[in-house]
Design a protein around this ligand. Structure first.
Ligand SMILES: *[C@@H]1O[C@H](CO)[C@@H](O)[C@H](O)[C@H]1NC(C)=O
Ligand SMILES: *[C@@H]1O[C@H](CO)[C@@H](O)[C@H](O)[C@H]1NC(C)=O
Ligand SMILES: *[C@@H]1O[C@H](CO)[C@@H](O)[C@H](O)[C@H]1NC(C)=O
Ligand SMILES: *[C@@H]1O[C@H](CO)[C@@H](O)[C@H](O)[C@H]1NC(C)=O
Ligand SMILES: *[C@@H]1O[C@H](CO)[C@@H](O)[C@H](O)[C@H]1NC(C)=O
Ligand SMILES: *[C@@H]1O[C@H](CO)[C@@H](O)[C@H](O)[C@H]1NC(C)=O
Ligand SMILES: *[C@@H]1O[C@H](CO)[C@@H](O)[C@H](O)[C@H]1NC(C)=O
Ligand SMILES: *[C@@H]1O[C@H](CO)[C@@H](O)[C@H](O)[C@H]1NC(C)=O
Ligand SMILES: *[C@@H]1O[C@H](CO)[C@@H](O)[C@H](O)[C@H]1NC(C)=O
Length: 832
């Protein structure tokens, strides 16, 4: 047996050949006999797919034995041996066969990990641990044929002992004889593979999988296996990459999957975010294309006690009057520790707090209430408040029409902040010490949004302000005055934007990338400043990307005026658009104020022109990746302007996280995301098509109707235009059939072409412009396959894709050749 040093790793085939020939008759994928693996030695599987050796996660000083991909440059660990018991010096630690097991001995000579196989009769020398090319580490004996360990009896294998990754070929089973379950468990955080609180396990009674918190509180289920798919995962129907099977025999029950195309590198993980994710390695990055639960805040206790969750970055913050318990955990995205009080409760003060003693309630509105409430039968809000006040263990109360008085004892868990004006928002009154900062910071004891801003932002603000002040002073010296010009863009000083936006007080909206604030520059220009959250890019790259975005100018694209980049403070400054975003006019319109048909048609055309410019006409062409009504802004003349273009590239990998957590986004993502193939401009065409349907109907495609059943508008519309008939019934009711019937039909046909499953069948944005301008005619489209699926599974409208638009894939690869023929399978037919 031979262990191979990194110095011999197969970067070049020649080197590889050298390695193999140097140790001719020996396999470097095997540990056997008396030899041990130590230091930087590794095992490499025969097909070069996987490596086993010591690794160190992130900045952690701890070392672990793990298996990672050999062909993925970004070290991605799929299995860890000693997840709870790291070693500090891998050079004096050893992985070896001992007493019938594969064991890990640390620097002090103590055994800290073992395969723990209970067997008495085997001889050490005939045992071998082989790293197979599917990532499975197999311990077997020589009982198979002669002394060849590869054909021996399998005593233990890593696929049966998963950590957080479920590789193709692996299974998560329930053993009916021993009644034991295999679990997929999250790491504690990105730098600590120790067992975290989130786990995925099989519920054999329901033949379904559950995600649980601390193995007790379930917060997601796959639904029962119905013979083809898990009932609550309808997107499995559309799958054409994975070969799924569910096995249930007298010994065990499990689900397993494999890849039809084994060259695809794909993994399924229980992530530290408490979500399960399927990722594929595409174009030099991990591409996320499926995750559950979809929204971060659906993960039980994600933000810990007294934390508050929102489905946009940053996901977790502390409630007013509370601060982060452990900042270093928090910085590693481990929020489970939650928040602690800034001022401890008085409880026995028995006063109103006017003299700074006793407790008071701080009200927070637009929230989803925490779990584990108790219902009290009291008559009024006042009684509810005093019941809570008089009980020292009561930490909050809420009074709801219908349910009456609700109170909470102990930590508040799963409180979620909703958007202002969200119809489901509730008000909660949280017990704080009357001398808490929040009361002195604002005289408004009713709190509401201001309460949240002051509470959550304000806590950090004092500290931040001091730090920013220091940094800014230092910067100021370097930059000179607050503004410098970079190309046509203004580099704003943070301080100036703070002043312009009155310390970010007028929030226009919040999205996945961060919040947008209205501001006024000293020359009275009105601006919209977008505060970007968690940019992973370096300074230089950020500036390069921003100046690229800055050079892209078109009447249908929102103009970037400038930016701010001071350390982690990254903002983009845009022209302010008076008429807000398209969604507000479409979905929240009233009888008197709505977009007439002519305006809608012009909006459709304007957006198409803007996108066509982005895809085909500008120098550094870009794919938008996030086309939806929220990203279409309207100027005073209702001329549409596409916003947020270029952000996919700017945000890098975080973009995928954002996409998967934003509400509504999933309805606009094209099905090719699921295949993990490179994304082209046709993904934007798909989203544009989905948006056209909404422009016609005036409601969200995925909206539920009153009786709880779902009618997926695009399916309905596609059937209507293919089968002929009255298209005006598709129209937004507020228009009262006031529209050009031919235009409505044309737009519906275009929309249906745009959402074809095969991206080559979709028209380019340039072709869409031509059709809308009347230069080209449009054929009757076929009904997309995916829409047929939705007709079948009406009860679960869960869109089948969540994915990322990575650096690599956001570069436009426009495919204009395909749809230009005048065939039956093309959107176009020439005019006249
Ligand atoms: C591996 O470790 C040996 C001894 O500690 C060292 O000489 C060698 O440079 C290391 N190789 C690599 C690739 O780090
Ligand atoms: C197996 O290995 C253990 C530990 O290295 C040793 O104590 C034992 O004697 C070995 N047994 C045989 C049969 O070689
Ligand atoms: C190992 O086997 C022995 C004898 O068969 C048995 O007494 C012991 O309980 C077993 N240990 C475990 C952990 O199963
Ligand atoms: C299955 O259900 C039965 C009865 O409800 C229960 O006793 C048993 O523990 C369940 N099994 C598992 C593995 O949850
Ligand atoms: C998880 O559950 C165990 C008991 O099963 C309990 O002791 C532990 O405190 C729980 N962990 C947390 C973080 O609540
Ligand atoms: C799918 O998997 C099953 C068993 O897991 C196997 O028998 C079958 O051949 C596979 N099908 C394809 C097309 O790979
Ligand atoms: C169940 O286990 C028994 C005993 O190990 C074995 O003989 C049988 O073949 C197993 N059944 C299946 C379906 O694997
Ligand atoms: C935060 O948690 C880490 C372990 O997760 C611990 O090492 C550290 O001491 C904690 N810090 C504080 C201030 O409690
Ligand atoms: C408040 O004062 C009353 C009477 O003085 C007393 O009965 C009650 O227990 C006090 N409440 C608390 C929370 O201490």
């Amino acid at each position: 047996m031979v262990l191979r040093n990194h110095s011999c790793s197969p970067i070049h085939l020649i080197l590889l050949y050298f390695c193999i020939s140097a140790f001719a008759s020996l396999a470097d994928d095997t540990i056997s006999g008396n030899r041990a693996l130590s230091g930087n030695q590794t095992l490499v599987s025969t097909g070069d797919n996987f490596v086993l050796g010591f690794f160190k996660p992130g900045k952690s000083p701890r070392h672990y034995i793990g298996i990672w991909y050999n062909k993925v440059p970004k070290q991605t660990v799929v299995w860890v041996a000693n997840r709870e018991t790291p070693v500090s010096d891998p050079n004096s630690a050893k992985l070896l066969i001992s007493a019938g097991n594969l064991v890990l001995i640390n620097e002090l000579g103590a055994q800290i990990w073992s395969t723990a196989v209970n067997q008495t009769s085997s001889v050490n020398s005939s045992l071998a641990a082989v790293l197979r090319d599917d990532g499975n580490l197999v311990l077997s004996d020589g009982s198979g044929s002669g002394s060849n360990p590869r054909s021996g009896r399998v005593l233990w294998q890593s696929l049966d002992n998963p950590v957080h990754t479920w590789l193709p070929g692996g299974k998560l089973s329930y053993d009916k004889i021993t009644k034991e379950k295999q679990l997929l468990t999250s790491w504690k955080n990105a730098e600590d593979p120790a067992m975290g609180l989130f786990s995925l396990e099989l519920d054999p009674n329901g033949s379904r999988y559950l995600i649980k918190w601390n193995r007790s509180q379930g917060y997601w289920t796959s639904g029962a296996w119905n013979g083809h798919i898990f009932s609550l995962v309808p997107e499995m129907r559309l799958n054409y990459i994975y070969n799924f099977s569910y096995v249930n025999n007298e010994n065990e029950t499990y689900f397993t999957y494999s890849l039809y195309n084994p060259t695809i590198i794909s993994r399924f993980i229980m992530d530290v975010s408490g979500q399960i994710k399927q990722l594929s390695w595409v174009n030099g990055d991990w591409n996320l294309f499926w995750t559950q639960p979809r929204e971060q805040c659906q993960v039980h206790d994600y933000c810990g006690g007294f934390g508050s969750c929102q489905n946009a970055l940053p996901f977790c913050s502390c409630l007013p009057g509370f601060r982060v318990r452990n900042q270093s955990d928090w910085d590693l995205n481990d929020y489970l520790g939650g928040c602690v009080r800034e001022m401890s409760l008085q409880c026995n003060g028995n006063g109103t707090g006017s003299n700074g003693r006793g407790d008071r309630f701080w009200s927070v509105s637009d929230v989803k209430l925490p779990v584990n409430e108790k219902q009290l039968t009291v008559g009024s809000v006042g009684e509810c408040e005093s019941s809570c006040f008089n009980d020292c263990s009561c930490t909050a109360y809420a009074y709801e029409e219908g349910r009456g008085c609700l109170v909470w004892n102990g930590e508040l868990v799963n409180l979620q902040r909703l958007n202002e004006g969200d119809g489901n928002g509730k008000v909660i009154h949280i017990r704080l010490s009357a001398s808490s900062q929040v009361f002195s910071a604002s005289n408004n004891s009713k709190g509401s949004m201001i309460g949240i801003v002051v509470g959550c932002v304000g806590v950090g603000l004092v500290i931040v302000a001091v730090v920013v002040g220091l940094i800014w002073r230092r910067r100021r010296r370097a930059v000179g005055n607050s503004k410098a010009v970079e190309g046509s863009l203004v580099a704003f000083a943070y301080k100036d934007l703070q002043n312009a936006t009155k310390n970010f007080s007028d929030k226009l909206g919040g999205g996945g990338f961060g919040s947008v604030f209205k501001g006024t520059l000293p020359d009275s220009t009105v601006i919209a400043a977008k505060k970007l959250e968690s940019i992973t890019q370096g300074e230089k790259q950020f500036r390069t990307e921003v100046s690229t975005i800055g050079t892209i100018q078109h009447v249908n694209l929102v103009r970037l005026r400038g930016f701010c980049s001071e350390g982690s403070k990254k903002l983009l400054v845009y022209d302010y658009m008076e008429n807000g975003s398209l969604d507000s006019h479409l979905f929240y319109a009233n009888e008197t104020k709505f977009l007439d048909w002519e305006t809608r048609y012009q909006i459709a055309l304007g957006i198409a022109r803007g996108l066509s410019y982005l895809h085909e006409k500008c120098r550094d062409c870009i794919i938008h990746c996030d086309i939806k009504p929220e990203n279409i802004l309207l100027d005073p003349e209702f001329c549409p302007k596409v916003a947020d273009f270029g952000l996919a590239k700017l945000m890098g990998r975080d973009f995928s996280r954002v996409l998967t957590t934003m509400r509504g986004t999933r309805g606009y993502l094209a099905p090719e995301w699921i295949s993990g193939v490179a994304i082209t401009a046709k993904a934007d065409v798909y989203s544009y098509g989905m948006m056209l349907f909404e422009l016609v109907s005036g409601r969200r495609n995925s909206e539920n109707s009153e009786n709880g059943t779902v009618k997926f508008f695009p399916s309905w519309a596609a059937n209507a235009i293919v089968n002929g008939g009255d298209v005006l019934v598709l129209l937004d009711p507020v228009l009262d059939r006031n529209a050009d019937e031919e235009q409505v039909l044309k737009i519906c046909k275009i929309a249906c072409w745009c959402i074809q499953d095969d991206e080559n069948t979709r028209p380019s944005m340039g072709q869409v412009v031509q059709i809308l301008e009347g230069l080209m005619d449009v054929n009757v489209p076929p009904i997309p396959r995916s829409l047929q699926v939705f007709v079948e599974s009406q009860e679960h409208i869960v869109f089948f894709t969540d994915s990322s638009c990575t650096d690599q894939s956001s570069q436009a690869k426009s495919n204009t050749s395909s749809a230009s023929t005048n065939s039956k399978n093309s959107a176009l037919s020439s005019k006249g």
